[in-house]
Design a protein around this ligand. Structure first.
Ligand SMILES: [Fe+2]
Length: 298
């Protein structure tokens, strides 16, 4: 059985206070206590926390955590990852306690992005308290999605599909530097799913070490997105892309640049894939909107 969903994201941040304000006052997440007093933990549903912010001298992504269903699936997945020549490290008890999971492993994807697999999350049963957001769309669709850069798009595509079990949902061609004889070239941006969420991972070929382009959180209503837009304006947060609707997952969303240059997509109305359709190419990113007005400095 493949990866089931995006479980959590752990971010190393230079300015944890800025993240606390961004996560609570803008994104509307619930700040909760965790095992490590210096870390910030945020809930959006019955998982103990979905976002963890860790003080650091340099902003980076510490982990992109994917949930697998149980110990047997974990063993199979670890064997498959190791068979690609990738070094897998088992997380120790204190690291698992901090994540409130039974077991977890870590490795780098072919682009160098830090991935974790875990099973046995300890659920929080007290209702989540997110007064700024009616509710977040999670459940079988997981926390949301991530878009990652990978130097070798083909290698990353094979790893996520053949090894981790993601399914290709759609592609988009992006112009690349022309060949020596002037022939136009393109890169393929892949969108991959592992559950009814249209895509859980996007793979953007780009030279250099892998990095997180953005992560997306989905709220339940248009009003949630509209109110988030109002809060962004009031807090004078830099908007990367204005409101728009994507052509692949039909998400109505906007993109904001958070602390450390991390971009978050705030969306609603994402497509729920109930029946696999053949892989298709999109020729535009959006039906309307999503105008770029700022670019992150990473
Ligand atoms: Fe997105």
């Amino acid at each position: 059985m493949p990866v089931q969903s995006l479980g959590y994201i752990r971010i190393a941040a230079e300015d944890v206070d800025a993240w606390n304000r961004f996560a609570v006052d803008f994104l509307g997440l619930e700040a909760v206590k965790g095992d490590t007093s210096e870390y910030s933990y945020f809930r959006i549903d019955d998982h103990p926390h979905r976002l963890v912010v860790i003080p650091s001298a340099q902003s980076s992504v510490e982990a992109i955590g994917f949930q697998v269903s149980g110990p047997e699936e974990m063993d199979l997945m670890v064997a498959a990852v190791e068979a690609t020549g990738t070094k897998v490290t088992v997380l120790d008890q204190s690291a698992c306690r901090d994540r409130r999971v039974t077991a977890a492993v870590t490795f780098d994807d072919p682009g160098g992005n830090p991935v974790e697999l875990f099973w046995g999350v300890a659920l929080a049963h007290r209702p989540v308290n997110t007064p700024k957001v009616s509710s977040f769309v999670t459940g079988d669709q997981g926390m949301g999605h991530v878009v990652l850069t990978v130097a070798d798009g083909q290698a990353a595509y094979r790893f996520y599909t053949e090894t981790l079990g993601f399914r290709p949902r759609n592609t988009m061609r992006l112009p690349a530097a022309p060949a020596a004889d002037g022939t136009p070239q393109f890169e393929t941006l892949w969108f991959l799913g592992c559950n009814p969420r249209h895509h859980t991972v996007g793979l953007l070929p780009m030279a250099g070490p892998g990095r997180l382009i953005h992560f997306m959180l989905e709220a339940a209503t248009l009003d949630d997105v509209g109110r988030a837009w109002d809060r962004a304006e009031k807090m004078e947060l830099p908007i990367m892309q204005t409101l728009g609707r994507h052509t692949n997952d039909h998400m109505v969303s906007f993109y904001v640049i958070g602390p450390g240059g991390f971009v978050v997509e705030v969306g609603y109305d994402g497509l729920r894939v109930t029946e696999e359709v053949p892989v298709y190419e999109i020729t535009e990113g959006e039906f309307w909107g999503h105008k770029f007005i700022n670019f992150p400095t990473l």
